[in-house]
Ligand binder design. Sequence first.
Ligand code: NAP
Length: 248
Amino acid sequence: MNNTNLKNKVAIVTGASRGIGLEIAKIFYENGAKIVITDIDDKTLSIVNKEFDDSKNILSIVSDVSISDSVTNMIKTTIEKFNKIDILVNCAGITRDNLIIRMKENDWDNVINTNLKSVFLTSKIAGRYMMKEKSGNIINISSVVGITGNVGQTNYSASKAGVIGMTKSLAKEFASRNIRVNAIAPGFIDTAMTKNLKEDAKEQLIDAILLKRLGTTKDIANAALFLASSLSDYITGQTLVVDGGMIT
Ligand code: NAP
C-alpha cells in the first residue's frame, strides 16, 4: 500500500483558494482524501471548487479564520457533510510589512489575528472533535521568518514564531489522544505573497539559498503530505524547515 495514501481521511485546508493552500488541497485529494477547502474570498473559492468539480469529496466553505463564529460554522459544516475531521492544515496567512516605527496598530492586529489567533481557534474547535475520536493530525504553516526574524516583519515574524510555540504546546496537550501536531516553516516560496519582490532583491535572495532556487508550492505540499501521512507517524511537536538551505 502507498504510505502516503489518505483514503477515507477528511482534511480541512484553510486559505486554500490559491498558493500553498491550494497545492496542499490538490496533493491530499490526489492521494485519496476528502477535502474541505476554506477561504475568506467566495469568488476565488468558487473558481477552485469548479476546478475540482467533485461535490461528493470536496466541500468549499467561505470562512474568515480570524473570527470565532466563522471557524465554528466551518467546522460544524464539515462535520455535517463528512462526519469527522482527520487532518487540519492551518495555511491561511497574510503579510502587512513595515518598519515597526511606521507600522499601524491595525496591521499588527490583522496579521496576529489571521496568522496566529486563527490557529488557536481552529485547533480549539476542531481539536474537540479529534479528542473525541482519539485521532487527529494538525499541520501549521509557519515560516523561516518565525525562526530568524526579518526587517519590516515584526508582526509577521511574531505571528509565525507564535505558531511554532503553539505547535509544541498543542503537541503536548493532544498527544495522549493520539493527535499529532507539527509545523512547516517554508523559506521563500514563489506565490502571490512574494510576487512584489524586486528582481535584484530576488537574485540576492536566491544567492543566499544553498539550492539556488526559490521554493515552489509543490515543495511545501510534499512536506505537508509527509506530515499528514503514516510516513510521519512517530513525529509530533516538530517544525520542518523547507527552505532549500536558506537559514542553515
Ligand atoms: P497567498 O497566495 O497569499 O495565500 C494565502 C491564502 O490565505 C489566500 O487564499 C487568502 O485568501 C487566504 N486568507 C487570507 N486571510 C484569510 C482569512 N482571514 N481567512 C481565511 N483565509 C484567508 O499566500 P501563500 O504564499 O500561499 O502562503 C500560505 C501560507 O504560507 C501563509 O500562512 C504564509 O504566511 C505561509 N508562508 C508563505 C511563504 C511564501 O514565501 N510564500 C513563506 C513562508 C510561509 P484571499 O485569496 O482572499 O486573499
